[in-house]
Design a protein around this ligand. Structure first.
Ligand SMILES: NC(=O)c1ccc[n+]([C@@H]2O[C@H](COP(=O)([O-])OP(=O)(O)OC[C@H]3O[C@@H](n4cnc5c(N)ncnc54)[C@H](O)[C@@H]3O)[C@@H](O)[C@H]2O)c1
Length: 338
């Protein structure tokens, strides 16, 4: 299978490195209008034959079966539409867009197209969260009462990134909205958000929050709870728990080792892995493998464009809830989106 990568930034390079280790997938081209000499040399060094400025060259290349859209968020929807029209299978990094109309245009185009479309929510492919999901699916926790997710970053992103990110709910908590849906197998019907600017005043000045808690009502009757913070002094804090009538299942942080040193001062263990690039390295590989398998086997990708839409709907509802200090139904946002 031949693929093209659109966007040669942080996540584009990560996917390219991973695909280079897959025996049945070949990266034919990579495109980025801001390709630097350094990036071009890197692409050359890992053996990508065509290093381009314009992604349209990838879409016009009949030898390319699939594209990975790894460019800035504001380009995802229109490149998705062009890729679908060019009959390329699409792996699109999250989010598809922040604008519901644009996301719906993508869903509409997919209805009339045979191409596969997967959204990049790599946490669904993390070994810990997958184990939680499997236990829930097998009925091990009984009737679901509660889903709890803790997701904290070691450090906030740069302020210029915060300004264009869409805010904490659409940039960071969007992963957790998808995780609640994945772990519970249910949809979110209502959200109530509370948030503050405690980590860095510059984040507040940029119009965003850095610390947030939301409660959710799910359509299976269970309650969801997510906490996010842009700063955790000890590393990337990524944990989940599902509680039900038969018991609970929890997942903990991954560490470089499980060794614990005990001495007269106490017990000393490793911190969680630093950040998402460390914690989710295998998950990033697995999500692309899953996309490739869906193309080869002609099956529905594990994460669909509708999953991409749902997470944005919940994110927009969270923003509205915070602004208006009230619980917001997802339906209310869905109707507004046209
Ligand atoms: N799933 C995850 O965990 C995860 C992690 C990081 C980023 N992302 C997503 O991936 C996307 C990229 O993030 P990043 O951190 O790699 O950003 P980045 O800024 O490092 O890279 C984005 C790249 O896209 C390029 N670009 C802009 N317009 C383009 C176009 N028209 N055609 C081709 N390339 C174009 C830019 O020049 C840049 O090199 C964002 O949408 C982000 O939300 C997802």
């Amino acid at each position: 299978m031949n693929v093209g990568i659109i966007g040669a930034g942080r996540i584009g390079q990560l996917h390219a490195q991973n695909i280079m280790c897959m025996y049945n997938v070949h990266i034919r081209s990579i495109a980025d209008p801001y390709m630097t000499t350094e990036t071009s040399e890197w692409a050359n060094s890992i053996g990508i034959p065509n290093i381009l400025l314009d992604y349209k060259t990838i879409l016009e290349d009949k030898a390319i079966d699939a594209v990975l859209i790894c460019s800035s968020t504001d380009t995802h929807a229109h490149i998705s539409l062009e890729a679908i029209a060019a009959n390329k299978h699409v792996f699109c990094e999250k989010p598809i867009d922040h604008d519901l109309k644009k996301i719906r245009q993508v869903l509409c185009a997919l209805e009339k197209s045979p191409v596969k479309y997967q959204v990049g929510f790599q946490r669904r492919f993390d070994h810990n969260f997958r184990a939680v999901r499997q236990a829930v699916e097998q009925g091990c926790i009984g009737n679901m009462y509660m889903v709890k997710i803790t997701s904290r970053d070691p450090t906030p992103p740069p302020i210029p990134y915060i300004k264009v990110s869409g805010g904490l709910f659409l940039d960071m908590m969007i992963h957790d909205f998808d995780m609640v849906r994945y772990l519970s197998g249910a949809d979110v019907v209502e959200i109530y958000a509370n948030a503050a600017n405690l980590v860095d005043p510059a984040i507040g000045a940029a119009g965003d929050v850095d610390t947030a808690v939301v409660t959710l009502r799910l359509n299976n009757g269970a309650i969801g709870l997510i906490d996010n913070c842009r700063h955790a002094a000890f590393g990337h804090d990524q944990r989940a728990e599902v509680l039900g009538s038969k018991g609970a299942i929890q997942s903990f942080n991954d560490k470089a080792s499980t060794a614990v040193l005990s001495d007269e001062h106490g017990e000393h263990a490793e911190k969680p892995l630093l950040f998402f690039l460390q914690r989710y390295m295998q998950a990033y590989r697995n999500e692309v493998l899953s996309f490739i398998r869906a193309i080869e086997a002609d099956t529905e990708p594990e994460i669909t464009a509708n999953d991409g839409l749902q997470s944005v709907l919940i994110g927009l509802a969270a923003k509205k809830s915070l602004q208006e200090h009230r619980p917001v139904k997802i339906e209310e946002i869905d109707k507004l989106g046209g």
